[in-house]
Design a binder for this molecule. Structure first.
Ligand SMILES: Cc1cc2nc3c(=O)[nH]c(=O)nc-3n(C[C@H](O)[C@H](O)[C@H](O)COP(=O)(O)OP(=O)(O)OC[C@H]3O[C@@H](n4cnc5c(N)ncnc54)[C@H](O)[C@@H]3O)c2cc1C
Length: 434
């Protein structure tokens, strides 16, 4: 490696030749060679466009992905080029993206995850705040203004569902909202583990008129500069660059125009966001897997022991190809789901009817469950196959290994996904008329 170049590591452990083979450009090339037969030209072209932007950005800004870098500083630049979210065309805020939808989001996530997994995770959390405003802006100027700030990267966003005493049991909230005569609300209570909250200019939060009563939930947009908002950082060592928050609301007044869903609408809004959220997490997990397999494959094709490339030893090659085969199959499954989702959104003019969205809940849970489990396995085994090189600080494998440890918890734990699926299976059984 060049002597005066910035480095991400304390000491170089991997030799020059292999380390340079693990460059972003080479990893993208390996990914693209894998996907060229399965992607349609518009998807592949968008993937390559996003990759080109990431490569240029990395080079121009001398980014090493080392521990001192602040991923939040990169958000405005990615926003200006339209690489923060492509979930929608965003014509209401005059962006009119030509390429959009879940399939394009998949491509965006692949490109950004290879660039920097923690950056991609933080950005994914902003998208969770984008979706409800996109659905419920009602052309109210302040909502559109905030939506634009999120999408163009002026500020990150956050979604506040989880509470210190209500995690998996999210519909029995304790944070209260009291409606005032002028239509504003006073919020009191606590939230926790909210990705980006300490950095966010605005957040989307849920509260309830009556504690533990899911029928009285409401949904709010909050400006974090208001009185009554307090946010402390919860540090998650697996993702040291991502800032999570623990918030306290003390008589936090939310004006009427910031109420996205009044009392009784909250639960519906929460469930409406679940399909895109779970698919988004599944897509991020699959992107982590491709990044990990790509590292391991490049490494195993170059690292020699006993006078041979280690890929040629069955213990290495057969394990890596087993992971690779399973990853490709799930990738194809998510691609098919994404395309079907996009075509339904198109057919129904931009929003899915409630019954179709509900029918997709089981698929979204299946993918989230499966992809998170796969990420935990593939990131661990890929690092393992690289020996010391996989666990030292020389490459992004360190970030991938760590981020894969939280995949099963975020967006509903493994047990909650299987619980949702058990109920869905019961419903399907009844529908089968047996
Ligand atoms: C890195 C990270 C980012 C996050 N980002 C956000 C965010 O942006 N916004 C947000 O609102 N939240 C966020 N969360 C919170 C996350 O959604 C919750 O941590 C998760 O839903 C679990 O809640 P809990 O931590 O309270 O665990 P608990 O609900 O207390 O669960 C503890 C254990 O009990 C099990 N369990 C609970 N109930 C059942 C049941 N009925 N059947 C079987 N097992 C059960 C769980 O599976 C788990 O293993 C984030 C969490 C993490 C770690």
């Amino acid at each position: 490696m060049e002597e005066n170049k910035k480095k991400r590591y304390i000491t170089q452990a991997i030799n020059d030749e292999i380390l340079s083979k693990l460059s972003l450009k080479n990893r993208y090339q390996f990914l693209n060679t894998n996907l060229m037969t399965v992607l349609e030209p518009p998807e592949f072209n968008f993937l390559k466009k996003a990759q080109k932007f990431c490569m240029r950005f990395e080079k121009k800004n001398d980014i090493t992905h080392g521990p001192e870098e602040d991923v939040y500083e990169w958000i405005p630049k990615f926003g200006a080029e339209g690489f923060l979210t492509r979930a929608h065309p965003f014509e209401m805020i005059d962006l009119n993206y030509a390429e959009y939808g879940v399939t394009i989001e998949f491509m965006r996530s692949l490109a950004l995850n290879f660039f920097d997994p923690q950056f991609n995770m933080a950005q994914g959390a902003t998208v969770l705040a984008v979706n409800p405003i996109h659905e419920h802006h009602e052309n109210i100027p302040i909502r559109l203004e905030i939506l634009k700030k999120f999408v163009t990267g002026e500020t990150p966003g956050a979604i506040l569902i989880t509470e210190p005493e209500r995690g998996s049991d999210a519909v029995h909230m304790l944070t209260t909202c009291d409606e005032q005569d002028d239509g504003s609300f006073l919020l009191n209570g606590e939230k926790i583990y909210n990705t980006n909250a300490p950095k966010a200019g605005y957040v989307v939060a849920y509260a309830t008129a009556e504690q533990n009563n899911g029928n009285t939930m409401a949904q709010f947009l909050i400006d974090t500069s208001w009185n009554g908002w307090k946010c402390e950082r919860v540090y998650i060592p697996y993702v040291p660059k991502v800032w999570l928050g623990k918030e306290t609301f003390t008589n936090l007044r939310v004006p009427k125009e910031y109420v996205l869903g009044g009392v009784g609408k909250g639960r519906e809004h929460l469930f409406e966001g679940l399909v895109p959220e779970r698919i988004g997490i599944a897509i991020d997990c699959i992107s982590q897997c491709w990044n990990a397999i790509t590292h391991a494959s490049i490494y195993a094709n170059n690292r020699r022991q006993f006078n041979q490339e280690i890929l040629k030893f069955q213990g290495v090659g057969f394990l890596l190809t087993d992971l690779w085969a399973r990853l490709m199959n799930v990738t194809l499954g998510i691609l098919m789901f994404s395309k079907s989702y996009d075509s339904k959104v198109e057919k129904f003019g931009g929003t899915l009817p409630k019954n179709i969205s509900q029918a997709m809940v089981a698929s979204a849970s299946q993918f989230k469950y499966h992809a998170a489990k796969l990420s935990a396995e593939i990131c661990y085994e890929s690092a393992n196959l690289m020996g010391g090189a996989g666990v030292c600080d020389n490459t992004l494998m360190q970030d991938l290994l760590n981020i894969s440890r939280i995949a099963e918890i975020i967006g509903g734990s493994r047990q909650i996904q299987t619980y949702v699926l058990s109920m869905a299976m019961r419903q399907l059984y009844k529908m089968s008329g047996i």
